[in-house]
Design a protein. Structure first.
Length: 282
């Protein structure tokens, strides 16, 4: 396990921003971690850094740095490492991997940081307040993504289709809260894990079956920025926003695990094989 602390470079970036501007300083900062931010811009933001200038200019770098330093002082890194070690044992993952103790713009709790099977990596954001419960959820979630990427990440269909992303998120959601934290799958537990509002929970309870049916029509589509936003991101201002991509994937994985399939083995299977096994149960 290799720990990559980003906070010292972030502190230098904050100082540089006072003379060369926030965008230029942040751009230079991201170039110190090309693998990580290359992945983030391509697969999370799905935009180049130039399209994010407004978001960068609005960020309060000094506040984020202050919280990052406080998180380091209280030992957040130890909890992240302890959780990662436990998950590695649980998922029988014996490859060397990297954990970025992340300093970003405050809006990425955690993410996979590489799809190169030879360079497994994950990112956990440490620049905002994080509860112990959040760490215990996000580390298993992102670690599951990393194990999966190490097994199938070289196949770009795993990240370039809605099916691939839905299966990956379903596995990670099922693992982080429903298997690793011993919570049974239900609409309520899913809503809690994904931060849904009461109105969104009511919509999910009423429309869950139709959401699953609608998702079936989108599985072969490439996840454009707009589609990714609609299917895989919660919009707190929209009562009908309930991450149907996550919900569909988690429902599929729950059905397969309940039928006797191994979660550790499913984590390493290509998405099409997972989907085919699911169709046999329908």
């Amino acid at each position: 396990m290799q720990i990559i602390e980003m906070i010292d470079d972030y502190a230098r970036m904050v100082e540089e921003s006072k003379t060369i501007g926030k965008f230029n300083a942040y751009k230079a900062y991201t170039e110190k971690f090309p693998d990580l931010f290359g992945f983030i811009f391509e697969h999370l933001y799905m935009q180049p850094i130039s399209a994010l200038q407004g978001l960068i200019e609005q960020a309060d770098f000094e506040c984020l740095l202050k919280q990052g330093l406080e998180n380091r002082r209280i030992g957040m890194a130890r909890q992240i490492v302890t959780s990662a070690s436990a998950v590695a044992d649980d998922l029988d993952f014996d490859k060397d991997f990297r954990i970025y103790l992340g300093m970003e713009l405050g809006n990425i709790g955690g993410c996979l940081a590489s799809v190169d099977p030879a360079r497994p990596a994950l990112f956990i954001g440490t620049e905002v307040t994080r509860s112990a419960e959040f760490i215990d959820q996000i580390v298993p979630h992102e670690f599951n993504h990393m194990v999966r990427a190490s097994a199938v990440g070289a196949d770009l269909s795993e990240i370039n289709t809605v099916l691939g992303r839905a299966m990956a998120e379903g596995l990670a959601v099922y693992y982080d809260g429903l298997a690793f934290n011993h919570q049974p799958f239900s609409d309520e537990s899913f809503a809690l894990q994904n931060g849904l509002s009461q109105a969104q929970i009511r919509y999910l309870s009423k429309s869950g079956d139709s959401l699953l049916t609608e998702m079936e029509t989108k599985l072969d589509l490439p996840p454009t920025e707009a589609l990714h936003r609609d299917l895989f991101i919660v919009n707190s201002g929209d009562d009908q926003s309930c991450v149907p991509g996550y919900y569909y994937g988690t429902s599929v994985i729950a059905r397969l695990v309940e039928s006797g399939q191994s979660l550790a083995e499913l984590t390493r299977l290509p998405s099409q094989q997972i989907y085919d096994a699911y169709l046999k149960l329908k």
